[in-house]
Design a protein around this ligand. Structure first.
Ligand SMILES: *Cc1c(COP(=O)(O)O)cnc(C)c1O
Length: 364
């Protein structure tokens, strides 16, 4: 049976990228060695890191003055690296869910944290916009896509945030929507994310950083936690996660070959529209996120209260039809279909068909 991988992370990668990764594990570029056993210092590997950085810059249209580094520790490590490197007195955070909250918790160890707004009272079903950014903040931190709640800061709201921030540097956790749509990188001083949602297997974290933004805090920063270490050494200060970086490079090649981010956005919108339409037209399902803030990447839905008792039954039904990873996060319940770049329209259609077939079987 064909399986459709809707996991939230680690998550689906393009089939050809998985195949090429597998090939490199057996024989890396015809060298008669596995990528798992070559030195990262070898002449073979530097071009991989260089190409990955170059493709990130090209696809995201990253302006001069920025570097892309690949480090370990996950996005969770960035929750502490960001304030370590950038918080001298005060930082502003927009709290749109669990990942924002975790970032806030770490930042509090380094200085004053102002939570400019939160939708916690509504279980993070929307992106609050009624806030001002303290102009003396060292930075404003946002989470562009809230993987657990299925909300995403729309382009329109991003524009409003760019206007609100004034001269305050902007930092974003884009773990789960990086490369899903074009983004104006020039508005940001740091963009980071774990690669395991839309780019690579777990183990590598990308950081896009404006070089001129670094070196502004007075505290001592441990070598490995200092962005400058990784910038100056081109992600090669210590042994980098070689395999995930290689896969990331392949995924970036795949994105470029498939039309770049404008085309990715079109595909992602088509998939999200298809699934949200099915949810909105359904008698038994309903979406959880406010419409204007719905995520293109993580689509959350539940059974309407009168059908809530069918949750396990539908889950079993869908699993039997090859749907993988559609259980919602325990904080939201119900279901979540993650439709990252590598998910096909055919996969989303299969889920929609499965939802319709289930509903029909109830003879309502
Ligand atoms: C998954 C996720 C994280 C955590 O990433 P790790 O790499 O596991 O630390 C942080 N932020 C967002 C938005 C996520 O989706």
């Amino acid at each position: 049976m064909k399986k459709y991988n809707f996991n939230a992370g680690p998550s689906i990668l393009p089939a050809e990228v998985i195949k090429q990764t597998a090939d490199a594990v057996i024989d890396f570029q015809g060298e008669g060695l596995s990528i798992l056993e070559i030195s990262h210092r070898a002449k073979y590997f530097q071009p991989v890191v260089d190409e990955a950085e170059a493709l990130m810059k090209e696809l995201l249209n990253i302006p001069e003055g920025y570097r892309v580094i690949f480090v370990g520790g996950g996005a969770s490590m960035q929750f502490c690296m960001v304030p370590f490197n950038c918080l001298e007195h005060k930082a502003a955070y927009l709290n749109t869910g669990v990942w924002s909250k975790k970032a806030i918790k770490e930042a509090k160890a380094f200085g004053e944290v102002v939570e400019v707004a939160t939708s916690a009272a509504d279980n993070f079903t929307h992106i609050p916009m009624d806030f001002e950014v303290p102009q003396d903040a060292d930075y404003l931190h946002i989470t562009t896509n809230n993987t657990i709640y299925g909300t995403e800061i729309s382009d329109e709201k991003l524009q409003a945030i760019y206007a609100k921030k004034g001269n305050v540097p902007l930092i974003a956790d884009m773990s789960s929507d990086i490369l899903a749509r074009p983004i104006d990188v020039s508005q940001y001083d740091i963009i980071y994310g774990g690669a395991q949602k839309n780019l690579a297997p777990a183990g590598v974290t990308f950081v896009i950083v404006k070089e001129a933004f670094l070196g502004k805090v007075s505290r001592h920063i441990p070598t490995m936690l200092d962005y400058r270490t990784h910038v100056e050494n081109g992600s090669m200060f210590n042994t980098p996660p070689v395999l995930p970086i290689y896969t990331a490079m392949l995924t970036l090649r795949w994105l470029k070959a498939n039309g770049g981010l404008e085309a990715a956005l079109e595909r992602n919108m088509a998939k999200a529209d298809l699934l949200y339409k099915a949810i909105d037209e359904s008698k038994i399902f309903e979406g959880t996120a406010k419409k204007e803030d719905r995520s293109m990447m993580n689509i959350c839905f539940v059974l309407k209260p009168e059908y809530a008792h069918l949750q396990d039954d539908f889950f079993k039904f869908a699993t039997a039809k090859g749907m993988v990873g559609i259980k919602g996060h325990r904080l939201v319940g119900g279901f979540r279909a993650s439709t990252y770049n590598a998910m096909t329209l055919e996969g989303v259609q299969a889920l929609v068909d499965c939802m319709k077939e289930y509903e029909q079987s109830l003879n309502l």
